[in-house]
Design a protein around this ligand. Structure first.
Ligand SMILES: O=P(O)(O)OC[C@H]1O[C@H](OP(=O)(O)OP(=O)(O)O)[C@H](O)[C@@H]1O
Ligand SMILES: O=c1cc[nH]c(=O)[nH]1
Ligand SMILES: [Mg+2]
Length: 217
């Protein structure tokens, strides 16, 4: 699995990443969601440079122009709920994309640190021959993304799969390498140090779903 690290070069992405981590900004949910959306736009644009294009023509009022268009249809898929603002950012770039939504959450059977991932809801377009962009802000243990990927593959055989995570832990990347096919490509906006005892990313940003939408019970 090839890993693209988008913080390697300086860009406005650094400003958005700094704000989503900053406790002084965390009280502003609108800003958090919009920054995740903006990061999605940047990541989608970077991924767009790696996709296949084909020659086409458009008719203008004055003539015909040779243009380039994406060769394969796009399906943007995200993991509820923290994936929603990132999904919007990707759709702002790939506005004609089909879509997929999968729920995945951590179920703690005994209330302790141990958990299993539960996938309960899905609404996914047909994926045959399409370019799938599977997006989730946080890649911590990697279990949510692997569970979502397996559900998705029940919906067809994509031409390519790109996974996008805003903040990733090394443990999560290792988990994807172990459990996903080698031809999946992973795009990471920021690579952090490690996971804590509750499998949260350090330094990370905390709970992306709660910051975007509020606490859940
Ligand atoms: O790599 P993992 O260890 O699986 O953790 C990452 C998952 O955690 C977050 O969702 P969360 O479970 O907090 O659900 P939420 O979006 O409803 O808050 C995040 O959006 C990922 O889906
Ligand atoms: O650090 C983490 C890990 C999982 N989910 C989050 O929202 N944050
Ligand atoms: Mg959460």
């Amino acid at each position: 699995m090839h890993v693209h690290h988008l913080s390697d070069t300086d860009s406005a992405l650094h400003q958005y990443l700094a704000e989503i981590r900053d406790v002084a900004v965390h009280g502003d949910r609108l800003r958090f969601r919009r920054n995740i959306e903006r990061i999605g736009e940047v990541m989608a644009y970077e991924i767009s440079k790696a996709l296949p294009y084909a020659a086409a023509e458009v008719t203008t009022p004055l003539g015909v122009k040779a243009v380039r268009r994406l060769r394969d249809p796009i399906v943007v898929c995200s993991i509820l709920r923290a994936g929603l603002p990132l999904h919007t950012g990707f759709l702002n770039v790939f506005d004609a994309a089909d879509n997929g939504f999968i729920s995945a959450y951590r179920h703690h059977p005994d209330g302790g640190a141990d958990f299993e991932i539960r996938v309960e809801y899905q609404a996914v377009a047909d994926l045959d021959g399409k370019t799938v962009l599977l997006v989730d802000p946080m890649l911590a243990t990697g279990q949510s993304l692997v569970a979502a990927y397996r559900r998705l593959m029940e919906r067809g055989k994509p031409a390519a799969v790109h996974i996008a995570a805003v903040i990733a832990a090394p443990e999560g990347i290792a988990h994807l390498r172990e459990h996903l096919p080698a031809d999946c490509r992973l795009w990471v906006a920021a690579l952090d140090e490690r996971l804590d005892a509750r499998s949260y990313i350090v330094p990370g940003l905390g709970d992306a779903g709660d910051l975007a939408f509020g606490d859940k019970r």
